[in-house]
Ligand binder design. Structure first.
Ligand SMILES: [Mg+2]
Length: 369
């Protein structure tokens, strides 16, 4: 039996760079937690938890892993991730399993799967049982950029995604008036073309009445899907939108665990499910969620798409899209990275789940607390 011998974390704190917003969040302060789980066979599992908003939460995740969850793991068998997930769940349930607690649990679950894949020398998507080796990839590039009153940066970002051959483009809406939204949609449409795939994302900002009013307008404007108009708790509101609108409603990136995803699916609250690899609970829980969605005939489009998410999509038969930030222009965060080409993202061939952070980032941004 393989045994876990050590659990190491390191906080990465990034300098404030160029920033942008969605309807309710401002992305500027960024931080992450690097996780390494060592074993007595010499195999190390890698994982990473990243925050683009609420950067201080990374420190809370680090503390939870170091102080509360690492003691549960030491001496245990990483080839039993579902058993360890259950034990970690019990360790945290007194104060609540969702939110920060679930980010910590997910980060560890991913490292355990990474150990298995590396020990068996297979890429994660093959360990899980793959159904494909690539999937259509769209670019989430239509942000509200700082200091961009004439939408020049916005235009350039969308134009670049199209030049790079991305299979679709998603833009943010809902921060301003409906008229502003329609202008943003028109500008994007002029760049993606009449038949191009153009999604809109409202990031939970509307109430039920406004979500319906704008949904009808977006539908009229021919958008491909209408994402997250309401808070995740309003399953009934989501169901009303799905019933009333022809445009597909996409939701689910802020659901924690299969239990809340089940509530959303049973309410018929989304036409497309968007699990987030950080919030679902790691590969253990993602694969159960994928089964739930498949049984209820709801296709999956990921929230986020790098690292472990790419691997999960290759093993999710009902997956239809991968979200990306566009074709990478630099080396990115991870040692092994998926290739994006011709509108598709391709799974990496290296063993593991692609969550090993590049040493250069660790050297530059690692913070000892
Ligand atoms: Mg979204």
């Amino acid at each position: 039996m393989t045994k876990i011998t050590d659990v190491q974390t390191l906080l990465l704190r990034f300098p404030e760079g160029s920033s942008f917003s969605d309807a309710q969040h401002h992305f500027g302060k960024r931080a992450g937690v690097v996780l390494r789980v060592h074993t007595d066979t010499g195999v190390t599992g890698h994982s990473y938890c990243y925050f683009g908003v609420s950067a201080r939460s990374a420190e809370a995740v680090q503390d939870l892993i170091d102080l509360q969850l690492a003691p549960v793991l030491i001496g245990q068998d990483p080839f039993q991730p579902r058993r360890l997930r259950d034990r970690m769940w019990h360790e945290q349930e007194y104060t609540g399993i969702e939110g920060i607690a679930h980010f910590a649990l997910t980060t560890i679950d991913t490292a355990l799967w990474d150990i298995m894949a590396r020990a068996l020398r297979v890429p994660g998507w093959q360990l899980l049982g793959a159904c494909r080796d690539c999937i259509p990839a769209y670019a989430m590039v239509g942000w509200y950029y700082d200091n961009d009153p004439d939408l020049d940066t916005y235009r350039r970002a969308i134009a670049t995604a199209m030049e790079d051959g991305m299979a679709g483009v998603k833009i943010k809406v809902g921060r301003g008036t409906l008229e502003e939204d329609l202008h943003r949609i028109a500008v994007a449409r002029s760049l993606v073309g009449a038949d191009g795939v153009l999604m809109v994302d409202a990031n939970q900002v509307f109430d039920r009445v406004e979500a319906m009013r704008r949904g009808r307008a977006y539908e009229e404007a021919g958008v491909y899907w209408y994402e997250e108009p309401l808070r995740p708790h309003d399953k009934e509101g989501y169901a009303d939108l799905c019933a009333a609108l022809d445009v597909p409603v996409a939701a689910g990136e802020n659901e924690y665990t299969k239990y809340h995803v089940a509530e959303l699916l049973q309410a018929r609250g989304c036409d497309i499910l968007q699990p987030d690899a950080r919030r679902t609970g790691g590969p253990s829980e993602w694969m159960e969620i994928a089964g739930l969605a498949a049984a209820l005939h709801v296709p999956i489009a990921s929230h986020g798409g790098d690292g472990v998410a790419t691997h999960l999509l290759m093993a999710t038969p009902s997956a239809i899209w991968c979200e990306t930030g566009g074709k990478p222009k630099g080396p990115g965060n991870f040692v092994d990275r998926p290739r994006i080409d011709g509108g598709y993202i391709y799974a990496p061939e290296a063993p593991g789940f692609g969550m090993e952070i590049r040493q250069e980032l660790i050297d530059r941004y690692g913070v000892r607390r």
